[in-house]
Design a protein around this ligand. Structure first.
Ligand code: CTP
Length: 428
């Protein structure tokens, strides 16, 4: 196994492999036992790519991280309160570094009390056996695996297994994580683990945990490759009462998500110069849309979703219906379409496009994105001033009027824009 893992570590992207080797040498110098841990080890054993390195040292993790940053010229962000630090490599990867810890939970669903511990203690407080393995990186232990809880067997048998019966009472967010890993890896949750999860859910643990912790896990679900597969499983398991009363799983979500991905791909291919779409936010819009506006607002507040996420979820709820109704009308001027769609975020527009079954709506949205939205005026504020008008709020009105005229093809070049600008200024 040691040889296999040493080989696997060599196949990592160059800068990451170099970092791990050099961090190991530095740990030797500082006399610190150091290990790769968590999802990194799981994914290395599975042979799937993992983007971030997770390191634990038996000793002062922040001091070790500072030394890594200094010697290896990496950027460091220390999280003193948690005794952890993040290093950013120039090649774009990041490495989380922590001190190995021992945890005890005084109250269910609360944050644990933490003290220093050895690697075995550190692994024993983790969520699932498949995430509770470590690989040594010191010279004498390089490539050695530390698997105290049967993680390798569970990886082989494709099983998600918690380490102990109180795992979900200690940390109910692990209920969401179990379902997420099960779906992502196509594993199955082991029966005893399932029983512990059900027990914690029945005892209302999901309602007791801090909402922002659940929010972070929910967002990770929305960022999965098949979020609605995870959400279906979660619903079978404990419903969505802990998110919002009355919210239930919709069968149509699966096919809607396929349409979202298709539309997002179209957007990316046809509008490569635009910013990337947040596909996970589109999934969130869809997920919350069956709720009333008030309930959505309550959920956004309770979970403290980030402003950008909350606003787009609310915007989809309020605008999707009216915009669709308007866009299906006959004889709509391009400027009317522009006015309807321009204030909306790309995620909301593309979601309306993805879900609409009406060819006219889809064509009008495509036209907006490909043609109208890129309309630019030659005339600017200075030109209006040059026509003898004093700058003021009416400039904005005139420029907007000009833009709509341009979108409608009523003015084509600078000369025509100036003629119309003059007329609009006289009227304003
Ligand atoms: N962990 C845990 N309990 C949690 C969250 C995390 O025990 N509620 C532990 C697990 O050992 C996990 C590690 O912390 O592997 C890192 O957490 P995170 O980065 O969230 O998970 P990954 O396993 O790396 O998963 P992903 O592939 O989704 O990044």
């Amino acid at each position: 196994m040691k040889n296999v893992l040493t080989q696997r570590l060599k196949t990592l992207p160059g800068p990451m492999a170099d970092f791990i080797r050099q961090a190991g040498m530095l740990a030797d110098e500082m006399g610190l036992p150091a290990y790769l841990v968590g999802g990194f080890v799981r994914d290395l054993l599975l042979g799937v790519g993992h983007f971030d390195v997770d390191l634990v040292v038996e000793g002062d993790g922040i001091r070790f991280a500072r030394e890594c940053a200094r010697r290896l010229s990496m950027r460091l962000v220390a999280h003193g309160r948690f005794g952890t630090a993040t290093l950013y490599g120039r090649a774009g990867f990041k490495a989380d570094i922590a001190s190995s810890r021992k945890e005890s939970y005084e109250k269910p669903a609360a944050l644990p009390t933490v003290s220093c511990g050895q690697i075995k203690d550190d692994l024993s407080r983790r969520d699932f056996t498949i995430n509770a393995m470590a690989i040594g990186i010191n010279q004498h232990s390089y490539g050695d695996i530390f698997d105290f809880y049967g993680g390798r067997d569970d990886l082989k048998n494709r099983v998600v297994r918690a380490l102990h019966p109180l795992s979900f009472t200690d940390d109910p967010t692990r209920i969401l994580r179990a379902v997420r890993f099960e779906c992502r890896l196509a594993f199955r949750i082991e029966p005893a683990t399932m029983a512990w999860m059900r027990c914690a859910a029945r005892e209302g643990m999901l309602e007791r945990v801090q909402k922002h912790r659940l929010r972070d896990e929910l967002i990770l679900i929305f960022k999965e490759h098949q979020p609605f597969g995870v959400l279906r499983r979660l619903h079978d398991f404990c419903g969505y009462g802990f998110i919002s009363p009355g919210l239930t799983y919709r069968r149509a979500w699966m096919s809607a998500y396929a349409k979202i991905r298709e539309a997002a791909l179209w957007f990316e291919q046809n509008l490569p110069h635009k910013r990337c779409l947040d596909i996970y936010v589109m999934s969130m819009c869809l997920f919350f849309s069956p709720l009333s506006l008030r309930r959505i607002g309550d959920a956004i507040l309770a979970y403290a979703f980030h402003k950008g996420e909350g606003l787009r979820i609310l915007s989809f709820k309020t605008h999707a219906g009216p915009v669709e109704r308007q866009l299906s009308k006959k004889n709509l001027a391009p400027s009317h379409i522009y006015r309807l769609l321009e204030p909306l975020a790309y995620e909301v527009i593309v979601l309306i496009y993805a879900l609409s079954t009406k060819a006219i709506i889809r064509k009008r949205i495509r036209d907006f994105l490909l043609i109208y939205h890129g309309t630019r005026l030659h005339v600017r504020g200075e030109d209006l001033a040059g026509l003898g008008s004093r700058p003021g709020p009416h400039f904005k009105k005139v420029l907007t009027g000009l833009l709509y005229a341009k979108v409608d093809g009523k003015v084509r070049d600078r000369q025509e824009e100036l003629v119309l600008a003059k007329r609009l200024l006289e009227r304003s």
